[in-house]
Structures are given as C-alpha cells and as structure tokens.
Design a protein around this ligand. Structure first.
Ligand SMILES: Nc1ncnc2c1ncn2[C@@H]1O[C@H](COP(=O)(O)OP(=O)(O)OP(=O)(O)O)[C@@H](O)[C@H]1O
Ligand SMILES: [Mg+2]
Length: 278
C-alpha cells in the first residue's frame, strides 16, 4: 500500500498505522448527506459476505446513526455504551441479516457532535481491537467535513466517496475530497456514483471532478490526488422499497439493477483491495 495515507486530523494526533492492521478498513463517506452511504455500506457488506469475506460494518455516524434502521435492528448495546464503559465491545458486535457483523451507534447524542480526546481514543481502540477479527471493516460515516467525520475517515486506509450526479452533491464531494487531500495527504480516493441516471454517468462525473482537482488542488507530493471510479449504482425504485421495508436490497430484490450494481462493486473491491497478496 504505497499510497496509504498517514491519518491525521486538524485537532488530533495522527492515528497510528496499526489502526489498519488485520482488516482492510474502508470509510464510506460523502460531502452531502442523504446520498446513500448507509444503503451502500449495508448492501456492500452483504455482497462481500456472500463472496466469503468476514465483514463488519461500524456505524461511525455517532450522533445521527441509522444503520440500525436500514437493517431493522433494535440495538440494546451501542458504541456509546462501549465508549462510556457500560458494555464490553464484544457485546456490541451483533449479527446483521446479511450474515455480516455490525456495531451500531446511538442517535440524537449531542456529545458526539464534537471530537473530544476521549471519543478519539475510544474510537481508535475499538477499531484496533476489531481489525484482527475481520477481512474488511466498512465505516459508515456521517456526511461532510466535521472533525468527527474526518477523524473516522482518518482511521481508514481506503476512502469510498458516495456522490449522486446532482450538482450540490458533486460540489460537496469535491470539497470533501479537497480536505482529504490537504489534511490527510490522501493520494487517491475511490468514487461510487449512486442514483446514476445512465450507464457511463459515473465515469464521466469522476473524470470531470478529477480535472477540477488537477487544476485547483495541489498535494504535497506535487502529484494530483487520483480519483478512482469504482462503479455506478443506478437510481432504482426497489431501493426505496427495501429501505421502507427495512430490508437489505440484496435480500429483498437481489436481481434488481441496483442490487446487481452493488454485487459488481463488491467484486471490484475484492479484486482491488482484498486480495490476499495485496
Ligand atoms: N440507488 C438508489 N436508488 C433510489 N433511491 C436511493 C438509492 N440510493 C439511496 N436511495 C434513497 O436515498 C435514501 C437515503 O439513503 P441513505 O440513508 O443510505 O443516505 P446516507 O448518505 O447514509 O444519509 P446520511 O447522510 O443522512 O447518513 C434512501 O433511504 C433511499 O430511499
Ligand atoms: Mg447514513
């Protein structure tokens, strides 16, 4: 992993490289909210599990968690209980419908709107403890560029930005990528375009964003940050239906276009990031 970043945040000491020992840690993040991070994280986890990977999804949207809603889980133990010492981490790791593991977070907790040293240390500790037990950990992060979001992303060796083709989503994706290039010294970021209208949309959008980055964002290495297009997921009414039923799309309607696209994305992630040799 020659171009793995050195994780850092403006207000934190850098997370040690050991944060990524064991599992490959992938942050699923976005500039704008509501673009499909949680939907992608949960269904990608199911698709990777089907391919034989040991997968954990961690709800890193600490204050406004909703992975539990998408998976129809009613958590008795959340990261908040682990952070506050009320529960052990082992008890917080629970089985999700797609056969993967999840650690859920609480919702409506204002204490997680700021990054405190306690949250930072606890979060890092959780990742370091869980990493040896899995092949891949997906961090379903909050949107935007707050300290908490940037810290959770800094714990990952790979970043998967979810964006939709809407101009507002792309502007915010650009802003988030710029911050990741500048602050975390990322040399590459991976893109998935969700709710694509036509095949080929995502590739065109990714190359447009790449051009803007090359013009306006200089990295320390002098090389522009590379955007790697990982795939597109079409807008599909079956997604909304699955979310309303609180079911995984991959279980609810495995043959629909969005489910097929997620399976393809899982194949690409496995091929590029999870090969044993890598
Ligand atoms: N490919 C798609 N086709 C149709 N609808 C979609 C698709 N992807 C996501 N959606 C819709 O977008 C909604 C929001 O998705 P999701 O909750 O995963 O976004 P998010 O990025 O995690 O949001 P937040 O920033 O609030 O955490 C879903 O409930 C679903 O209705
Ligand atoms: Mg979400």
């Amino acid at each position: 992993m020659s171009d793995a970043p050195s994780p850092s945040t403006p207000t934190s000491t850098a997370a040690p490289a050991s944060a990524s020992q064991g599992a490959r840690i992938i942050a699923v993040t976005s500039g704008k909210g509501g673009v499909g991070k949680t939907f992608v994280s949960a269904n990608l986890a199911a698709a990777l599990t089907r391919r034989g990977q040991r997968v954990l999804v961690l709800d890193a949207d600490l204050g406004l968690a909703n992975l539990d809603v998408v998976l129809n889980l009613h958590p008795k133990i959340t990261l908040h209980d682990v952070f506050t010492g009320k529960s052990s981490l082992d008890d917080a790791v629970i089985a999700a419908p797609g056969g993967f593991s999840v650690v859920l977070a609480g919702s409506g907790m204002v204490e997680y709107s700021r990054l405190t040293p306690e949250v930072r240390n606890q979060f890092l500790n959780v990742i370091q403890t869980l990493a040896p037990r899995f092949d891949v950990i997906l961090l379903d992060t909050g949107a935007g560029i707050s300290d908490v979001v940037l810290f959770s992303v800094s714990l990952a060796s790979e970043v998967l930005i979810v964006a939709t083709p809407e101009p507002t989503s792309l502007t915010d994706a650009y802003a988030a990528i710029k911050v990741l290039a500048m602050q975390q010294k990322r040399q590459h970021v991976r893109m998935v375009v969700n709710q694509a209208a036509r095949p080929g949309d995502g590739r065109a959008i990714t190359s447009q964003l790449q051009q803007v980055l090359e013009r306006f964002v200089a990295t320390d290495s002098g090389r522009p940050l590379r955007l790697i297009h990982m795939g597109d997921i079409p807008a599909d009414l079956a997604v909304r239906d699955a979310v309303m039923r609180r079911q995984l799309l991959l279980l609810n309607t495995p043959g629909c276009p969005a489910a097929l696209a997620i399976s393809q994305l899982a194949g690409k992630i496995e091929e590029t990031l999870l090969s044993r040799a890598g």
